[in-house]
Design a protein around this ligand. Sequence first.
Ligand SMILES: *Cc1c(COP(=O)(O)O)cnc(C)c1O
Ligand SMILES: [Zn+2]
Length: 424
Amino acid sequence: MKRRIVGLKCIKCGTEYPISKLFNGCPSCRTDKFVSNLIVTYDYEAISSEISKDLFLKRPKELGVWRYKELLPVENEKHMITLGEGNTQLIRAKNLEKKLHLRNLYIKNESTNPTWSYKDRLCSIAISKGLEFGAKVATVSTTGNHGASTAAYAAVAGMDAVIFAHPLISETMFSFMRAYGAKVVPVSTEEGRLFLMNKCVNELGWYPTGTFSRPMPTGNPYGTQGHKTIAYEVIEQLNFNVPDYVIVPTANGEGLYGIWAGFNDYYRLGFIDRVPRMVAAETEMGPLANALKKGINYVEKVSAKESIALSIAGNISSYQALRAIRDSDGLAQPVSDSEIVNAIYLLARYEGIFPEAASAASLATTIRLIEDGKVERDAVIVTVITSAGLKDTRPLSWKTPPPIEPQWENFTSFLKQYYNYTII
Ligand SMILES: *Cc1c(COP(=O)(O)O)cnc(C)c1O
Ligand SMILES: [Zn+2]
């Protein structure tokens, strides 16, 4: 039998490398302001003869992302770690369709993953591949979700996890990672986190599940492959119809590019006859929107601004993110914190989904693009809700009010004063 997994390949210059621990992007075409990403390449002919649409559909959901193991970069079944990630619902957002005057709005609800974010798809693959490389210690620099997911999968794989955390992570996030046994080290600056992680990877041989590269982020090319399964599932859930737009909250763009790569796999295998347009939902910093506007072929740092959407509040992004947008004739749309808060309430109050602020950015972006006439009201739109709101409730700034004494008048006046709600 021919080898299914061929190697790594640069998406810019095309240089090929064997499957190896190359986590810093392509060494060949790197410059002082540019780094390209490497992708995993496969022998699609060999894979075609082994798989079919029905084969994937028939496999049990308990396999997690490994339901699609032939299209994922791990060789040996004994290394395939799963916590039951993926196989999330694609919800037809009927109430929001009415409210927003849309015809075909879908929500891919990734907040139901094992650690409640879509990073579980990435970490399932990244940690499994780590086992294949014989890794003992996993490490990542994170605003929370990547760390929590790395911690959970490392725990199950029997690896240690050392997590470099953003100083603003919530208490919940810290406890979450500690529960899995990870050593969590908050570091004051992003440069500092990357500097330390770089040393741990290069000098101690620790295994990175995420990026530590500059001038542009690269990431773990095996982990990025995990996000392809979002595309496979969406296509199955739409009965092999293709959405017009897929809107993804984006920071480094592993999600955006991974999902795009998944659609391309299905196109190459002949399961679908076209591909969607990929849309990056960004905070007001908008590094991808900036690169597109300037027409440059790299992503430059934009000036830093605070945002409640911590998981996507980066002022730089990757070459692969830019490529996913350009190659798909897609878009990047920054949104403000107030648009994001509005979208959190819309998702919760109309569809029963309480998203993390970063995740709500995908709906906020959808609304903005519709209002600006950049996306048609009857388009088939899939918004990816990447994580759950419970991890960090600070963006909604509620404080539990002091308790009332249980007299009827107190109760009715509390409803009136606090909620402007009159009993009828
Ligand atoms: C990591 C993360 C993102 C951004 O993913 P990238 O691959 O870095 O673009 C979006 N939303 C949530 C909730 C995340 O944790
Ligand atoms: Zn290259």
